[in-house]
Ligand binder design. Structure first.
Ligand code: HEM
Length: 178
């Protein structure tokens, strides 16, 4: 009975590890392409909010839609990132196996710590900007809250990707197939 359970467990583990790789590739691809949608949404919200704030323009329906879209894309990215971080990413798994050594290996440190921290903070800024802008009572402060918090988010996200050449590229391309 116990032997049967052990064998079942081993079969399940083998099946899971076989599924993990293609699953990771799909999730990683969506995470990678979604970055471009986020970058476009950031630029659009930045443009609308800064010109709206400085030009004292009304806060229009398209301003609201753009900030909701940016937040939705950011949440999707967070979810896909968490699945990779705690489940499918072999880079993170290698880092977790020996965190001490990973801290001395730039790519392992990047995905185990730097990417995680900078991107989560960036997404948090997008969330705060959206929440404060929604709560604001006049159009100028709606634009101002979005402009300031989206600028902070852009610095963190763009900076966090650019530091490893990942703004318009992939880990494999930058690193020769890691
Ligand atoms: C706005 C937020 C984010 C952006 C723009 C972003 C962007 C990226 C990019 C461009 C890559 C490289 C993809 C490739 O090589 O094709 C990547 C990989 C990765 N991201 Fe993110 N990311 C974000 C948030 C997050 C978060 C919050 C987490 C974790 C909770 C995360 C975890 C990961 C992991 C683990 C990988 C490496 C997967 C692997 O190749 O093994 N990301 N991300």
């Amino acid at each position: 009975m116990v032997v049967g359970t052990m064998a079942d467990l081993a079969t399940f583990a083998t099946l899971l590890s076989k599924l993990l790789k293609p699953m990771h590739q799909i999730i990683n691809n969506i995470h990678s392409y979604n970055r471009y949608l986020i970058l476009v949404a950031l630029v659009f919200v930045l443009y609308r909010s800064w010109t709206g704030w400085k030009g004292n323009k009304p806060f229009e329906k398209s301003d609201n839609t753009a900030s909701v879209a940016l937040l939705g894309l950011a949440h999707l990215q967070l979810l896909l990132g968490l699945i990779q971080y705690f489940g499918t990413s072999t880079i993170v798994q290698s880092a977790m196996a020996d965190m001490g050594a990973a801290m001395k290996t730039p790519w392992l440190r990047y995905f185990a710590v730097e990417h995680l921290m900078m991107m989560i903070l960036g997404i948090a800024c997008i969330q705060v900007g959206r929440t404060l802008s929604k709560k604001a009572t006049d159009d100028n402060s709606k634009h101002r809250k979005l402009a300031i918090w989206t600028s902070a988010a852009t610095l963190l996200i763009v900076g966090g990707l650019a530091m490893k050449g990942l703004l318009f590229s992939t880990v494999a391309a930058v690193n020769g197939g890691m």
